[in-house]
Ligand binder design. Structure first.
Ligand code: HEC
Ligand code: HEC
Ligand code: HEC
Ligand code: HEC
Length: 156
């Protein structure tokens, strides 16, 4: 049978064959292998183990509570209770073994990233009390006057 349909058909078959061959080499053998019969898990089974072994960089402030209870209690009763210790002190991944101490950053830039006044009423960021860093007590560290663990302004 000679037909103009046949030639493009061969091309299509060749392309499908090529894709299947490539898939064999490229897709890892445990991709989509899943306990529940033929249901596809769209990931490698062995990837689950890789993520279980993944070390989390940030520990969150519950982790600090046992060893720095004073800091924990102070901050939890302050307006900074919603931010994480590690937001200012960096990741505590293996602290206190390595590093033994976390960084103490007293630069204005630490506070300015959250406290520069932003005039965007629809942004949640605008709800954080803001100052103009070019006007507000320039040349001094913010922590000279504000306690980073209890910045509450009541009574000022
Ligand atoms: C298992 C106990 C332990 C845990 C948990 C722990 N720390 Fe520490 N931390 C220490 C020890 C010990 C030191 C070194 C001695 C010191 O300066 O108090 C230290 C030092 C520090 C310092 C430096 C203090 C200084 O004066 O230079 C900071 C900042 C700090 N830790 C923050 C944190 C934060 C934030 C967390 C939680 C994410 C945390 N630590 C969790 C034990 C701990
Ligand atoms: C808003 C940023 C910020 C947050 C959040 C924060 N800290 Fe600090 N922390 C600082 C700064 C700045 C200093 C240095 C203060 C100074 O020397 O005046 C400091 C100092 C410290 C010190 C050592 C100096 C001291 O006063 O004994 C420890 C320990 C510490 N912080 C632990 C914590 C822990 C634990 C948390 C969370 C419960 C936390 N910090 C949350 C900014 C922060
Ligand atoms: C010399 C002391 C001093 C220094 C340094 C200082 N402040 Fe203040 N800050 C004050 C005083 C006093 C007030 C309350 C009166 C006012 O609003 O000026 C205040 C108010 C604030 C407020 C509340 C504004 C409001 O709308 O209620 C924020 C936020 C603030 N400061 C952040 C900062 C930051 C961030 C830094 C560093 C970049 C800083 N401050 C440096 C003394 C200081
Ligand atoms: C990750 C964001 C973040 C960082 C970094 C941060 N703050 Fe805050 N700060 C907040 C939030 C959120 C509040 C609570 C909302 C509010 O009152 O503005 C707050 C509140 C405050 C207040 C107002 C307290 C009141 O009574 O209204 C002051 C002053 C303040 N922070 C100072 C500082 C200083 C000084 C630093 C740097 C050491 C700092 N903050 C770093 C997010 C941040």
């Amino acid at each position: 049978m000679k037909s103009h349909v046949l030639r493009p058909l061969w091309v299509v078959i060749a392309v499908i064959g090529l894709i299947l061959t490539a898939r064999y080499f490229v897709v890892p053998p445990d991709f989509g292998v899943y306990e529940r019969g033929f249901m596809y898990g769209f990931h490698r089974k062995s990837n689950e183990k890789e993520w279980e072994a993944f070390k989390v960089k940030y520990r969150t402030k519950k982790y600090c509570q046992d060893c720095h209870p004073d800091k924990y209690d102070t901050i939890m009763s302050s307006k900074h209770h919603i931010i994480q210790c590690e937001n200012c002190h960096g990741p505590a991944i293996d602290h206190p073994e390595n590093p033994e101490k976390l960084q103490i950053n007293k630069k204005r830039s630490l506070c300015i990233r959250c406290h520069t006044y932003l005039p965007y009423p629809t942004s949640q960021r605008a709800k954080i009390k803001g100052i103009d860093p070019k006007e507000h007590n320039t040349g001094m560290e913010c922590v000279t006057c504000h306690n980073p663990h209890k910045p509450d302004m009541e009574g000022w």
